[in-house]
Design a protein around this ligand. Sequence first.
Ligand code: SF4
Ligand code: SF4
Length: 384
Amino acid sequence: MSNRREFLKITASGALFLSVRNLFSATSLKGFNGNQNKGLPIVISTWKYGLSPNLKAGNILLNKGSAIDAVEAGLVVAENELLEKDLNYNGIFDYDGHIKLDACIMNDKGIYASVASIEHIRNPVSVARRAMNKRPYILLVGDDALKFANENGFKEENLLTPKSKEAWKIFKESSSQKSHNNKIERLIGMLALDSFGNLSGASTSFESLKTTDRVGVFPIIGSGLYIDNEIGGACVTGIGESVIDISGCRTIVELMKHAKSPEDACKEAIERILSKQPNNKDIQVGFLALRKDGEIGACSVQKGFRYSYWDENENSIKDAKYTVGFGVKEYYVINYDCIACGACLKECPVKAISQGEIYIIDPNLCTCCGACADVCPVEAIHPN
Ligand code: SF4
Ligand code: SF4
């Protein structure tokens, strides 16, 4: 509460109030409601994996930290957690048995940087932050990203643990490895609004079974992440190429600038994706937007997109509205909360869940009956 009092003191001094009021009167945002969140710190991130990263970021904001420090620290938690837990349960590796990561970061001044396909580095978001501070670097890829990390004091690690190597071997020997659809994606996009009214964002992604020459949407500024400190920010999850097609996150911020509410802006971006790809009904893309006044929007193509929300009173998971919901197959995934109880294995009528230490659902076999999710005692299974 002392933070709240401090914030109100700042507001009473007039500086923040004036800057926010001037901003919104200047841009005439119709959807702006001055009562919403009152400019208090907020953190949102894609998926339920965002809960503990949000908490870390939120604690920084409560202590008067900046949004940029908050998103970096939050995503370091996400990277450590997901990497360690996924290595334990699902394994992360690309088709050639490597672990290559992507990340990007953008601050309230519109400065950004990204790294793509970086290997041997646990926290690519921090490498991106370092690159952001050392402009003119904008996008560092592969060996060059690693070289930059080395030159800037980041420690190399072998992220492919023996357990993960074993998982890769099993995968290579299994029938499902023929399909490019059999992917495990672990990605988080995060947006933060600090108590000074500044916005920043970051995203990080681990994608298993990635072909070695593909870079997805997450390190592409404008598509995978965008911040305009006078308007708001947006981040995304889902099929990257579809999002790049419409410069998704930049589009959302522009729509908010032109008086769309965050939710309507996300919805319109989804509709633009679908209008470009009317026959591609089985994609999933979910956008998150955070406007300068604290209003949030979330929208996805298919049902099932969730996001994590933090403010000083709450740290919770919320369901996004969905626009289209074609009713297509939404195969299920098992996440790192799995305690290996085996209940889902017994329940699956088509043996889509592979048994053993490493649990995985084969999307080619899964009929989306939901039986496994119903029995899971720890909510480790959910629609992808
Ligand atoms: S949703 Fe049904 S078919 Fe798919 S893995 Fe779960 S139990 Fe098996
Ligand atoms: S029911 Fe849930 S906790 Fe048990 S093995 Fe399946 S995914 Fe893991």
